[in-house]
Design a protein around this ligand. Structure first.
Ligand SMILES: Nc1ncnc2c1ncn2[C@@H]1O[C@H](COP(=O)(O)OP(=O)(O)OP(=O)(O)O)[C@@H](O)[C@H]1O
Length: 464
């Protein structure tokens, strides 16, 4: 397997043929041909000549950085696509990897894997967790002796794992608690859980949970048990899991960073009752200080002039709590900026994208009636995938306005795309060579081709 280097910030698209499954081996295979172009990209052409029905064929642009044959192991894919990004993450960058393919095409096999005992078979996320943890162990060993053994600066991996479905995120590290994707007044997207009422009128809204791990064994055990919570179990087109995008984040953290972020949540919860009290006082004073005349007009109330001092005092208290929140937010920035090592905050993000084939009656993939809810979910998934492609295109051509707000998926991905100037992203298309899966395979490659053309080196793409 030739190893290619991960070059710069452009968006790369890879395709991975899986082997025929036992049940598919009796049937025919898609005729396929891969062509290496001088711009180092590859194109693929497909044909299917069914015994009955009309023959079909399709040819891509040279939009694929590499196409893996069915014999490629998970380790081959890891070494080619993900391992070269480890130094970037260790220098604080965010690297994103998307898996896209129809049900049963090998997304879980690629991202998580099914055999955890052999290095060769580990999925990309577990393999990178292994190498990242080993690199962090080496960094920790370089730290001063008093920081060892769970010290404030000791590096570990912060894991976040959730499923996105429409505007909701289900937190798999927190019993699948439903969280909501919203844009805050600061223009940033926040994924926040249910509101908790605490003593003293405090209101806490927790973000998606980040669980820190200091050993690979702990991370692996918890990750696998959290994955059991993914919507339904079996690998069929009826899977709920096919209708959600699963997001898995591995971030370099230390206790300083985690505590600084916890303090922001604490300060936010303290601010809520104080801000509410300031609003209540303003409304109360405004209502008391005016009376309605028999003609229906509002005039100042001579018995209760507006108590501006009371309003100002409540606003001043609110201002103090807002300043405390800003200080906590600034502290997070300071922790990241004053990091003893640039790794802190570096991140791998894996996104297992929902496919739209479930809803494509024409593909013949659906074994039951499509309900209006199915259709609505299908439209949402299609609009997420379209929005993702458009974001990738806008970034590639350095458009001033990137349409992150077009869909919940891109709203959530925005922080990962913009986390660091050096961020790198790639998409891995998983495809089946079985002729029975021709439509689904061609649809996957067509989407990847659009993404590759949209996000690739424009000069290179022009060459066909
Ligand atoms: N490259 C591969 N090499 C060997 N086996 C593979 C490969 N890709 C997939 N498989 C096998 O094919 C089956 C289906 O793969 P997998 O569960 O990863 O599909 P999926 O795309 O995640 O499906 P779903 O979306 O329904 O969850 C599994 O038994 C898996 O081990």
């Amino acid at each position: 397997m030739s190893s290619q280097s991960f070059q710069g910030p452009s968006f790369k698209v890879y395709a991975r043929w899986r082997p025929l499954s036992l049940s598919e081996q009796a049937g025919t295979e898609i005729e396929r041909n891969t062509l290496q172009h001088s711009n180092t990209n590859m194109s693929v052409s497909l044909a299917s000549r069914p015994v009955s029905g009309r023959p079909r064929s399709w040819k891509s642009a040279p939009s694929f950085t590499h196409i893996f044959e069915p014999e490629a192991s998970n380790n081959d894919v890891f070494e080619t696509i993900v391992a070269p990004a480890i130094p970037q993450v260790l220098s604080g960058a965010t690297c994103n990897f998307f898996a896209y393919g129809h049900s049963g095409s090998g997304k879980t096999h690629t991202i998580i894997g099914y055999d955890y005992d052999r290095n060769e078979n580990l999925g990309l996320s577990l393999a990178v967790a292994r190498d990242l943890m080993a690199a962090l162990d080496r960094l920790n060993a370089d730290c001063s002796a008093d920081e060892m053994g769970g010290g404030q600066s000791t590096f570990g991996i912060g894991l976040r794992l959730y499923e996105l479905r429409k505007k909701s995120a289900f937190d798999l590290l927190n019993k699948r608690t439903e969280c909501f994707v919203r844009e805050g007044p600061d223009g940033q997207t926040h994924i926040r859980g249910q509101t908790e009422l605490l003593d003293g009128g405090k209101v806490r809204v927790r973000p998606i949970v980040t669980r820190p791990y200091w050993t690979l064994e702990d991370l692996r055990r918890e990750l696998l048990s959290a994955l059991d919570l993914r919507s339904t179990g079996s690998s069929t087109v009826h899977d709920q899991s096919s209708r959600t995008h699963a997001v898995l984040e591995l971030e370099v953290v230390n206790k300083d960073l985690l505590e600084a972020r916890d303090l922001v949540i604490e300060r936010q919860s303290e601010l809520v009752p104080v801000a509410k009290r300031a609003t209540d006082i303003y409304l109360e004073e405004s209502m008391k200080s005016f009376i309605k005349t028999p003609e229906g007009k509002y005039i100042p109330n001579p018995d209760h002039p507006l108590d501006q001092t009371r309003i100002d005092a409540a606003e001043a208290t609110k201002g103090e709590f807002e300043a405390r929140l800003r200080a906590a937010e600034d502290h997070v920035t300071t922790v990241l900026a004053s990091r003893s090592h640039p790794s802190l905050g570096g991140k791998f993000v894996f996104v297992d994208l929902a496919g739209s084939e479930y809803f494509d009656a024409a593909a013949g993939a659906v074994g039951r009636n499509i309900t209006p809810q199915d259709r609505q979910e299908g439209r949402q998934i299609n609009s997420d995938l379209f929005a993702l492609k458009e974001v990738i295109r806008a970034r590639a051509v350095k458009q001033t306005r990137i349409p992150y707000r077009s869909a919940p998926l891109t709203m959530v991905l925005r922080e990962h795309f913009t986390a660091s100037a050096e961020s790198s992203s790639a998409m891995i298309l998983t495809i089946s060579p079985s002729a029975e899966q021709y439509t689904a395979t061609a649809n996957t490659l067509k989407y990847g081709n659009l993404v590759g053309v949209a996000g690739g080196d424009q000069m290179g793409m022009a060459e066909t």
